[in-house]
Design a protein around this ligand. Structure first.
Ligand SMILES: [Zn+2]
Length: 221
């Protein structure tokens, strides 16, 4: 068995993600462009290709004018809606897949959509109860990368759409609500974009414990 390509994960999860990649690998060959109608489809679904930097820097500037400090929560909720509805569609495409397999398709879909590659860290516990924990990194977040390419250092973590997408996907696959919090972000000068995701009632405490354990300064620098 070859290691998963779209996800880096502990050995215990490798088979799950490897099977997920195999099932979705054919999707890449089902992308079509129709110049006459101005449409782009992947496996029958219509997609809109948006330049990452415009979606990040340009949209955030406009959102801040309208929403002020509420732009981060709005962006997170937009990401969560994107993640949950995409997961629902994928689950209907693979009706024979278990909930574990649908959950595992999340980081693969995340990579196929161009958000980032995901690294799942050892402390993660992909259980279908409130002990669920995903402690993970996005090694090349399109959001952080866009800010950096524009020479912008953000005062806070910046990958709200990514955090929301993953939380939305996992909430849909798990069947109960989870939230994701970015505790380290390259857009504000940290070494990595690192996230903690679990049920909301545990998020603050679990994030604090993991940050302490790994020496992560989760507050803005
Ligand atoms: Zn980030």
């Amino acid at each position: 068995m070859s290691p998963p390509k779209f996800v880096t994960c502990p050995p215990a999860f490798a088979q799950l993600f490897d099977e997920g990649e195999a099932s979705m690998s054919s999707v890449l060959s089902k992308a079509t462009w129709d110049i006459e109608t101005g449409t782009h489809h992947v496996a029958g679904d219509r997609y809109v290709l948006i330049r990452a930097e415009s979606l990040t820097v340009g949209v955030q500037e406009e959102l801040e004018k309208v929403l002020g400090s509420g732009k981060d929560a709005a962006t997170y909720r937009l990401g969560k809606a994107l993640g949950s509805t995409t997961c629902r569609k994928v689950a209907s495409t693979y009706p024979d897949f278990s909930r574990e397999q649908i959950l595992a398709l999340g980081p693969i879909a995340f990579a196929l959509n161009g958000f980032s590659k995901t690294t799942i860290r050892e402390e993660s516990n992909l259980a279908f109860d409130d002990s669920f924990l995903m402690f993970y990194e996005h090694s090349n977040s399109f959001e952080a990368e866009s800010f950096k390419q524009n020479g912008i250092t953000t005062p806070k973590t910046a990958c709200w759409l990514s955090a929301g997408f993953v939380a939305g996907w996992c909430t849909e696959a798990l069947g109960f609500n989870v939230e994701s919090r970015e505790v380290s972000c390259t857009a504000r000068g940290d070494d990595k974009c690192i996230f903690v995701m679990c049920v909301p009632k545990k998020l603050r405490e679990v994030s604090k414990d993991l940050c302490t354990k790994h020496g992560i300064a989760s507050d803005p620098k």
